[in-house]
Write a protein that binds this ligand. Structure first.
Ligand SMILES: [Zn+2]
Length: 432
């Protein structure tokens, strides 16, 4: 059984929307009350309250406030767990010597939603060709909300948990499904072996020289966004016009996000469908997109330029792309090889003679002083990771040195427990 998350847009009618809003208000109230209780208890007695202490009070709350009953006990527990997680994260970061913010009280309109942690208290129904239906609650008070579209995993898929969220006045339901492996399978139409280098100038460069242009979604919409913000600055804060402009800016951000997701889904699907082997390198977006601001004593250089670069890095959605590649590759039976960037140094290594050729980011062309091999820098890097993938596989074996240099390279497979390589954003350099 695999796990897949599907997000449906919901279309509640006016009554249902009002009811859902009321539910969010109650969940928010519970969250804030539980937070206050933890703070109070600690101040007065020096003791901290655990999740279980708070969970055990839920029946009393429901007895005193019957409106909480229809929310479902597991959903209420989940909201308490959400607070508990916030505390755990806080203490973990304190322990690690960081300076995290203390868990905060949440305004009702900022409270994103609530969740059912198991298949109880709700149902996902889809039949025929019409959109799915999400049924919340049970008995005559149950609420059947229309959703757009259906998931593609067939009848064998078992819904596991559900999260209802409200974003900018729109409602969404995220369902985690437990899906039989064969229902996830994806057709593959080609058997190419491709190395790929993700970047900013071109979004992707392949070892054969093909490229995918960077859609530059943020940069293209920047003038419009700046315009909206300028207009808003001239309005009286809190006025209807002020809010309207704020909403337009939010919509614009949302549209950028939608278009980015669509771009990533289309390109990663195409890559996985046409390839038997895809080789790439680890991503360290956190370090790549670190602000250049520096400290007061040692101010950074080129802060504005780095901010612009960061915007493009984050906008390119590379980590989202890596995650999509990983699960889609598993579905299509494509081997995804992720090279260890620090060991392999694909952007410095010559794909022909395997020597390290240090160079700056500004040099766009690789010219090897050892063997004379010349190629565009990104294409050379893509070739290096592809060679690395072949060497790892024991096939090909283009160069002896590639094996020696990359003995420690990790293979990335979502089924492999060490798959977190992709997500582990450890210290290191991506851009040399
Ligand atoms: Zn060379």
């Amino acid at each position: 059984m695999e796990r897949r998350k599907v997000t449906f847009k919901l279309y509640p009618n006016a009554t249902q929307a009002e009811r859902l809003t009321g539910w969010i208000r109650l969940h928010c109230e519970l969250y804030n009350a539980a937070l206050e209780e933890r703070i109070d208890a600690y101040r007065k007695t020096g003791k901290s309250i655990s999740y279980y202490d708070q969970q055990n009070v839920l029946p009393e709350i429901k007895a005193a406030r019957p409106e909480f009953v229809e929310l479902g006990s597991h959903a209420l527990q989940q909201t308490l767990r959400k607070l508990d997680l916030a505390f755990q994260a806080f203490f973990r970061r304190v322990k690690a010597g960081q300076t995290p913010g203390f868990p905060r009280f949440k305004a009702n309109r900022r409270f994103s939603g609530f969740a059912y942690p198991d298949p109880a208290g709700w149902q996902l129904m889809q039949s025929g060709t019409r959109g799915a239906t999400i049924r919340l609650g049970s008995g005559k008070d149950a609420m059947s909300i229309r959703a757009r579209g259906q998931h593609r995993f067939g009848d064998g898929a078992r819904p596991n948990d559900l999260t209802i969220t409200r974003r900018n006045g729109e409602w969404f339901a995220s369902v985690t499904l437990r899906v039989p492996a064969d229902a996830c399978a994806r057709a593959r139409t080609g058997d190419d072996h491709r190395g790929v280098d993700f970047g900013i100038n071109d979004w992707a460069t392949f070892d054969n020289g093909e490229t995918i242009a960077n859609p530059r979604l943020v940069r293209n919409e920047m003038p419009r966004l700046a315009d909206l913000q300028r207009q808003q600055a001239r309005k009286k804060p809190g006025s209807i016009r002020y809010k309207r402009l704020g909403k337009q800016a939010t919509k614009l951000h949302e549209r950028i996000g939608d278009r980015r997701r669509e771009f990533l889904h289309r390109t990663t699907t195409r890559m996985v469908q046409s390839c038997a082997v895809i080789a790439t390198e680890e991503l360290k977006v956190n370090n790549m997109s670190r602000s250049a601001r520096g400290t007061q004593d040692r101010p950074g250089r080129m802060v504005r330029q780095k901010a612009g670069l960061n915007r493009e890095i984050l906008s390119a959605g590379l980590s989202m792309a890596h995650n999509m590649l990983a699960y889609k590759a598993a579905e299509a039976g494509t081997r995804l090889h992720v090279s260890d960037t620090r060991q392999l140094k694909p952007s410095q290594r010559c794909a022909a003679c395997w020597e390290i050729v240090p160079r700056t980011l500004a040099q766009r062309v690789h010219e090897c002083p050892h063997c004379g091999h010349t190629a565009p820098r990104d294409q050379n890097a893509a070739s290096v990771v592809l060679i690395d993938a072949h060497a790892w596989n024991g096939r090909g074996g283009e160069t002896e040195t590639s094996c020696a240099a990359t003995r420690q390279v990790k293979v990335c497979d979502p089924r492999n427990p060490r798959y977190s390589v992709l997500r582990r954003l450890a210290a290191g350099e991506f851009i040399d």
